[in-house]
Write a protein that binds this ligand. Structure first.
Ligand SMILES: Nc1ncnc2c1ncn2[C@@H]1O[C@H](COP(=O)(O)OP(=O)(O)OP(=O)(O)O)[C@@H](O)[C@H]1O
Ligand SMILES: [Mg+2]
Length: 319
């Protein structure tokens, strides 16, 4: 079983609005409303790929009820801790005439110490039957930024493989908990290692720096694939994975689809390079549809041969 954790779950609205202008009134030409938050998106893609998954996290108020009911309607197994404050609704406006997307994310509920304790118990219980736990997304208000770090340590003691995709302070603390895998995008990785990347060499060094900070494996997604340090035969090996970028309908959630693909392949026992290839295929496929976490498994398979996976020679040691 795979568990996905979404501490700040949401209802995600994606609106397609041609010629979107600030300060004007518009009509949508297409819209999707789905339960979301990064961990929920990952669970949706895992379910589509036929992997056994349970989505957990916090859900509050009538929006929380809607999240849980909509997940159940999608036949995504879920077990959320109910909280007192209302879960958030996030809105993404996509302009099909120029491909621009505007996102407005609500601040979300505050979580109490008691609610966190309930969650910790639930996660420990669920993790007993799990091989992989994926933490994804931001933290709700009221939680300390080291909460992921504590949860990661709990799970590592149980021998579960832990994967985390978050940003900012929560990511910085999380790597200290020594997760098995971190998967930031470029901006998130720059913030984590503390400098900007100008070229491929900087990005290659960055994934090694993330490993030096505590992650077992580090995968940094870029719009045309990823850079990764993954463990092969007991030691870290650097990889560059490349795909020809495609014209996107929506790139929101491409990183979530990537992560789900990577985790699905890993759960199936595929070799590390093939896990990266599968992740990149899922990320790319997801850009062809409105709504995060939506992929077509057959189209993902068709993309696999187009993806180049190159092991990289090791640059000088990171001090
Ligand atoms: N236009 C594109 N064409 C092909 N693949 C893409 C495109 N955009 C993104 N991808 C794929 O999706 C994966 C994740 O992309 P990206 O780094 O943009 O994620 P992200 O910023 O974490 O997204 P989010 O957090 O919104 O889910 C990458 O590995 C990349 O291969
Ligand atoms: Mg991301």
């Amino acid at each position: 079983m795979i568990i996905t954790v979404t501490l700040n779950a949401a209802i995600d609205k994606s609106l397609s609005v041609p010629n979107f202008r600030l300060g004007r009134r518009h009509r949508t030409v297409e819209q999707t409303t789905l339960p979301g938050g990064k961990g929920v998106n990952v669970a949706r893609t895992l379910k589509t790929l036929g992997q056994p998954v349970i989505a957990t996290g916090f859900a509050g108020g009538s929006t929380g009820t809607r999240i849980v009911e909509a997940l159940t309607d999608e036949a995504i197994l879920n077990d959320f801790v109910r909280i007192r404050e209302e879960s958030r609704t996030n809105t993404a406006v996509l302009d099909p005439t120029n491909g621009e997307q505007t996102e407005i994310n609500e601040r979300g509920p505050a979580v109490t110490g008691r609610e966190l304790e309930l969650f910790r118990d639930k996660l420990t219980y669920l993790a007993r039957g799990a091989a992989i736990v994926v933490f994804a997304g931001s933290l709700p208000r009221g939680l300390d930024s080291d909460v992921y770090c504590d949860l990661i340590k709990d799970l590592r003691k149980l021998g579960v493989t832990v994967v985390i995709d978050t940003d900012g302070d929560p990511l910085r603390h999380a790597v200290r908990g020594e997760p098995d895998v971190v998967s930031p995008n470029v901006l998130e990785a720059e913030e984590l290692v503390g400098h900007e990347f100008n070229d491929d060499e900087d990005m290659t060094i960055a994934v090694r720096e993330m490993v030096a900070l505590g992650a077992g494996e580090a995968i940094m997604t870029v719009p045309d694939g990823c850079f990764a340090s993954v463990i092969v035969d007991g030691g870290p090996v650097l990889h560059r994975v490349r795909i020809e970028p495609r014209e996107a309908i929506a790139t929101v959630g491409a990183g979530d689809a990537f992560l789900a693909g990577y985790v699905a392949a890993r759960y199936s026992g595929k070799a590390p390079a093939e896990c990266l290839r599968f992740g990149v295929a899922c990320g790319a496929e997801s850009t062809q549809r409105l709504g995060a976490g939506l992929v077509d498994a057959q189209r993902v398979e068709r993309l696999l041969p187009e993806i180049e996976v190159v092991p990289l020679t090791v640059p000088a040691e990171v001090s």
